[in-house]
Design a binder for this molecule. Structure first.
Ligand SMILES: *[C@@H]1O[C@H](CO)[C@@H](O)[C@H](O)[C@H]1NC(C)=O
Ligand SMILES: *[C@@H]1O[C@H](CO)[C@@H](O)[C@H](O)[C@H]1NC(C)=O
Ligand SMILES: *[C@@H]1O[C@H](CO)[C@@H](O)[C@H](O)[C@H]1NC(C)=O
Ligand SMILES: [Zn+2]
Length: 392
């Protein structure tokens, strides 16, 4: 009797150890795709990530929520934490507290980049040529409460200064701490493009999100072609979006679908010159199969980051002779109001759609009339065109 019991106990013990080892031997990528993290787990994971993958990342706090939860952003780059001429891209998830899959999706993207940047060409390009910022939750209070709105009951995607406000895009004083933090962060980094992840549908939505009279009709931004192109870049690599039975090609203009006043994407485009897309990535809110979500969106994310920042038009504006970086304004003639400014290092990035006919691009220095003109043709591949511009 006794020896049998010992045998059974030993067997049970080894089974437990085996199960335990299997959990322990999950890779970090498998861990983040295994379940939804609480706010505390999410923060702890991001802290650990920033030490485990220290030479490609830096953890930042961009502000805090109504209840004082930190808004944590991971910056992924071989030069994370330093200023240089590389373009910046940001991804925001969980702006609506009950749309939760994007939290784990952004952690998974970080893990995949950390695990693959030494062996995968796209991962290496993202890591070495850009600054990719990931904010897995913009609304940690809403997440904790299971609500769409933040702790003050405000829908954060109706809380940004609106283009039909008076004056247009002016602060109303009703902006929430989460909104102010994102605005501040956005303006401080000169992001080239961004993605905002939601749930409740399957579609890529691009600016504009509203019309003056609230009617649901196509509301064209000056850069409609570039925005539509980036939306397609995303949708084309996601099998569910690409074959959408509801939205042709898996994309829609925001206002053509329904009007959103005070939305984040229009503010980004108009106020920050940042080409933002709103990604609706799962039909039922909070119900995403995390592995499927990741499998369907990884290539889309990589393509969007690379085509929006390193595709299109980019360049450097410098002083003839000395090579000193210059502050300049870049305008694509025909795109009437949108101007791109050079950054600290005289560099600029501007998404443009491939086009058979050339774009006429004007570069000038503020307060000077002298203008440099260029005919720029973006090839069908979407590969970037780089300009070297000098002024005496
Ligand atoms: C990361 O650190 C390792 C070891 O110090 C180094 O060999 C590698 O080049 C670093 N990678 C990047 C992208 O900086
Ligand atoms: C805005 O960002 C700067 C750093 O870029 C930071 O010092 C400041 O506290 C931020 N303000 C708000 C309201 O978040
Ligand atoms: C751009 O192309 C047009 C049409 O070919 C030409 O007339 C114009 O001179 C070109 N401009 C520059 C700056 O090259
Ligand atoms: Zn949403």
């Amino acid at each position: 009797m006794w020896p049998q019991r010992v045998l059974l106990a030993a067997l049970l013990l080894s089974l437990c150890a085996w199960t335990d080892a299997r959990i322990k031997f999950q890779t970090p990528l498998q861990q983040v795709l295994s379940r939804q993290f609480t706010n505390a787990e999410l923060a702890a994971h991001m802290r650990r990530f920033s030490t485990r993958c220290a030479n490609i990342s830096r953890l930042h706090t961009i502000g805090s929520s109504v209840r004082g939860e930190p808004l944590l952003a991971l910056e992924i780059s071989s030069s994370a934490g330093s200023e240089d001429a590389k373009p910046h891209f940001k991804c925001i998830a969980n702006m609506h507290g009950d749309e939760t899959g994007g939290r784990q999706l952004l952690l998974a993207l970080a893990e995949w980049l950390c695990a693959n940047y030494a062996v995968d060409a796209a991962a290496r390009t993202v890591v070495t040529k850009t600054h990719l910022w990931l904010l897995p939750t913009m609304n940690p209070d809403g997440f904790a409460a299971g609500t769409r709105a933040n702790a003050n009951g405000v829908d954060l995607n109706r809380n940004f200064p609106d283009r039909f406000g008076s004056p247009p895009l002016a602060l109303t004083g009703l902006e929430q701490p989460e909104t102010l933090a994102v605005m501040n962060w956005t303006l401080s980094r000169q992001f080239t493009a961004s993605a905002n992840m939601h749930e409740g549908a399957l579609v890529v939505n691009y600016p504009f999100d509203n019309t003056a009279d609230g009617s649901s009709v196509y509301s064209k931004a000056q850069d409609d072609a570039a925005l539509r192109y980036l939306a397609k870049v995303y949708a084309n690599r996601n099998p569910q979006l690409k074959t959408s039975p509801v939205f042709p090609g898996g994309i829609t203009n925001g206002a053509a679908w329904y009007n959103v006043n005070g939305g984040m994407q229009d503010w980004n485009y108009l106020k920050a010159g940042c080409f933002e897309l709103t990604l609706e990535l799962w039909e039922d809110k909070g119900g995403a199969d995390l592995q499927v979500l990741f499998d369907n969106n990884l290539l889309s994310m990589l393509d969007l980051v690379l085509r929006s920042t390193l595709g299109g038009l980019r360049g450097k504006v410098r002083r003839q002779g000395t090579g000193a970086p210059l502050e300049a304004k870049i305008r694509v003639i025909g795109s009437t109001t949108m101007t791109t400014s050079t950054k600290k290092f005289g560099d600029f990035y501007r998404p443009l759609a491939p086009s058979a006919t050339p774009y006429l691009v004007a570069v000038r220095l503020p307060g000077r009339t002298e203008t440099r003109l260029f005919n720029v043709t973006i090839p069908a591949s979407g590969a970037g065109v780089s300009l070297a511009v000098t002024f005496p």
